[in-house]
Design a protein around this ligand. Structure first.
Ligand code: CA2
Length: 149
């Protein structure tokens, strides 16, 4: 069985650590990737870590994951709150999907409280900062281990 996990990041997450540290912390996207690689190594998972500012590209990667990946960890960023297209793409993926947000979206502006993605996610993590990605990978490892052969 594939142990590949796509870790997908949406728009503006390339700016992490460069602005708004009071909301998103001081760690950069490279730090997030390093944390994911360390967690994946520990858990025996292989990750494809990607970020895009384009909805189209994220959708293409979700389609690609259908063929290659056992699970998806996704921080859709602002597309969380707007994108039926990303929801539809994720709906066509068969394995576990974990939605991650660095900030606690429920403590923020009302427009961030709604997520289109949560309806197809196996689980949602919000407000755990970069640690949330490692927790998401732990959950993926557990779900894959529990999956009937
Ligand atoms: O908390 C999260 O992880 C979010 O997905 C981040 C998104 C936001 O639209 C969601 O509501 C919650 C924003 C990512 C942009 O990150 C920036 C980082 C530094 C400077 C500017 C934007």
């Amino acid at each position: 069985m594939s142990r590949i996990v796509y870790v997908l990041n949406g728009p503006n997450l390339n700016l992490l650590g460069k602005r708004q540290p009071e909301i998103y912390g001081r760690e950069t996207l490279a730090d997030v990737e390093a944390a994911c690689r360390a967690a994946a190594k520990e858990l025996g998972l292989t990750i494809e870590f990607r970020q895009s500012n384009r909805e189209y590209e994220l959708i293409e990667w979700i389609h690609e994951a259908r063929e290659r990946a056992a699970a998806i960890v996704i921080n859709p960023a602002a597309y969380t709150h707007t994108s039926v297209a990303i929801l539809d793409a994720l709906s066509a993926f068969d394995g576990p999907i974990i939605e991650v947000h660095l900030s606690n979206i429920h403590k923020r502006e009302p427009f961030r409280h709604r997520s289109f993605v949560s309806g197809v996610a196996s689980g949602v993590l919000a407000g755990f900062g970069v640690q949330g990605y490692g927790l998401a990978l732990q959950r993926v490892a557990r779900l894959l281990a529990d999956k009937p052969a």
